[in-house]
Design a protein around this ligand. Structure first.
Ligand SMILES: C[S@@+](CC[C@H](N)C(=O)[O-])C[C@H]1O[C@@H](n2cnc3c(N)ncnc32)[C@H](O)[C@@H]1O
Length: 196
């Protein structure tokens, strides 16, 4: 997977990493910034989605599609599709361009809108939550009933935004339907596994 990343994906990832770094340095307003996961987290996402049981994957919070590119690599390795949700039309437009340029439309579907309102029923084998912090709990409640046995759910920023996400982390940690652990990679990733 990491040893044969297509040039089209490598090129788009490098462009997005450059833009994200500039966003953080030049005072770009928060809603316009890409705010994407660090590269290490991206690799972690690719490995975990490739290791999840068979079945569809969901991402909440696409931005320009950087994390979805890593997830797309894992989707190809594990023969599944990713549906990724982005609420802001401008970000969804960037993501559409990302997916076309990277050539990942064979495994990635973009839905423009609010995941909490648009989410559809159906089993999920992998989920990644990386939206506004006040969306995490609602997204979890939407997803937990859909997670098939052994499914993995990941959520970013649980260390960088520990205070804002305390209720969410407590909810997942205390939920007898999952085992969960915080992985100190990047900004802190909560990793939960749906029990049989
Ligand atoms: C931190 S950024 C996502 C970064 C992306 N995962 C990456 O690493 O490339 C969060 C994104 O979630 C989007 N968002 C926030 N609330 C949402 C919701 N309810 N449904 C879908 N997207 C949402 C925001 O517009 C923003 O683009």
């Amino acid at each position: 997977m990491f040893h044969d990343i297509p040039d089209s994906i490598t090129t788009v990832m490098a462009d997005l990493e450059g833009r994200d770094a500039r966003d953080r340095a030049d005072g770009t307003p928060r809603l316009e910034r890409l705010r994407q996961v660090p590269r290490d987290t991206g690799r972690f996402l690719a490995l975990t989605i490739a290791s999840a049981p068979p079945g569809p994957a969901v991402e909440v919070g696409t931005s320009a599609g950087y994390s979805a590119l890593w997830l797309a690599l894992g989707c190809r390795a594990s023969r599944r599709r990713l549906t990724t949700y982005e609420i802001l039309p401008a970000k969804a437009a960037l993501a559409r361009a990302t997916f076309a340029a990277a050539g990942v439309e064979d495994v990635v579907d973009l839905v423009e809108g609010d995941f909490v309102l648009l989410d559809e029923p159906g089993a999920v084998a992998f989920a990644f939550v990386d939206a506004e912090k006040d969306v995490y709990l609602a997204a979890y409640e939407r997803l937990i009933g859909r997670l098939q046995p052994g499914a993995l759910l990941l959520a970013d920023n649980v260390l960088s935004h520990a205070e804002e996400l305390a209720d969410f982390v407590a909810r997942v940690d205390g939920d007898p339907r999952v085992d969960a652990v915080t992985v100190p990679i990047g900004k802190g990733v909560l990793l939960a596994r749906r029990l049989p």
